[in-house]
Design a protein around this ligand. Sequence first.
Ligand SMILES: [Ca+2]
Ligand SMILES: [Ca+2]
Ligand SMILES: [Ca+2]
Ligand SMILES: [Ca+2]
Length: 464
Amino acid sequence: MSKLTQTLALSGITLAMLGPGPLLAATFTVTSTADSGAGSLRTALTSANAAAGADTIAFNIPGAGIRTIVVLSALPTVTDTVTIDGTTQPGYAGVPVVELDGIVSGSSAFRFASSGNTLQGLTINRFSAGVLLVGSGGNTIQGCYIGTDATGVLARGNGVGITVSSSNNTLGGVTAGARNVISGNTGDGIVVTAGASGNLILGNFIGTTAAGTTPLGNGDAGIHLIGGPLTVVGGAVTGAGNVIAGNGSHGVYLENGAGFATLYGNSIGTNPTGTLPLGNAGSGVFIEDTSDTRVGGVATGQANRIAYNGAPGVVVIGATSLRNTVRGNSSNQNIGRGIDLGNDGNTANDLFDPDTGPNTLQNKPDINAVLNLVSTTLIQGTMSSTPSSTFTVDLYRSPSCLPAILGEDDKMYLGTATATTTFLGLGTYSLTVPFALPVLSGVTAVATDALGNSSEPNICTTVL
Ligand SMILES: [Ca+2]
Ligand SMILES: [Ca+2]
Ligand SMILES: [Ca+2]
Ligand SMILES: [Ca+2]
């Protein structure tokens, strides 16, 4: 913003040139915590909608401490393009200082029906939904506390944190300032509905306090994709992963054709560094009647940390759930296996693998030998599955093999081998890792077929 514009902005409504064209953009400044009237947020929204073109709603509410706007009835739906910028409130230093309290209104706080909007730097609590994205999409929601008090410590839940019913929106971002804290809501933290696609959910804390170290769960799932294909949850670059922990059901629940979702670099059931037990009550990732999901990968940054959840780390269920690829993730002490096809515990291999079901009930590899060769370790095994087929075999290490009921002990990706089966459905693989695995540590293996169907892990093999 130019000095001239800044000066004019202080006087209330200003007009500023945007670029070389004739488009005029106004800044409407909220100067009151009143629900309505001059200087209110309601009036600013009405004015921004009425003024043609992209506008800014800034905040300059007098006083000290947290400025709380108790919203008495539903605010106007955003129908034009606007940036609602809580970071403009004097006193803002990285966390929201303007709070919207919906205890009276019972409505959603913000409803965006247009595209290209940005909402940032506000605390939004006790509405039916914190943010509702409908219409044409392409909006950005960042730097907000949604479902907590202004300290980011106490639950002040909305019904749902954010409901996404439009496409190509960005929730969060890769910097700490862009992170949303979406916690303490009574339902799901984020819902993506059928018809929405291509939404990005990056760098948020979903189900923890603003510090990311203490559970402050949403009542249901952290992220719930009900349809809504091509959703991206996290990413391989630094800061893109979400913390999804402490929630009342699954960390990420994908159902009803939420296909082609990508989950990379997230901490699911633990704090940002992966060390503290902040499990979701259900599974880390629950994939139901949904195909072509990517949960982790073996390239840098793609692995998720899936730990301390109250059910198996990744569940794939439903006969129409196919080609869900689960690779490279670390898992620790989920209740159940790291991957469970069918949500029914260990699924036995079948000869030639003709059985059908989630991920085709892909057979898992066997480990035949783990040979400690002083400075290297040779892992050899066999693959019994569909004849004349090639499989990717990912190998993992654990400090120990736990009894099955206790899940997996800090399983970390080791490397990948390939097995090709003969016409008799049998293949072999081997992998040499460049260090000695400690005696009594554990090794497990997961197979993925050429279409992307990942198996369960085999039963942990102890290094002797
Ligand atoms: Ca406008
Ligand atoms: Ca199973
Ligand atoms: Ca099969
Ligand atoms: Ca099978």
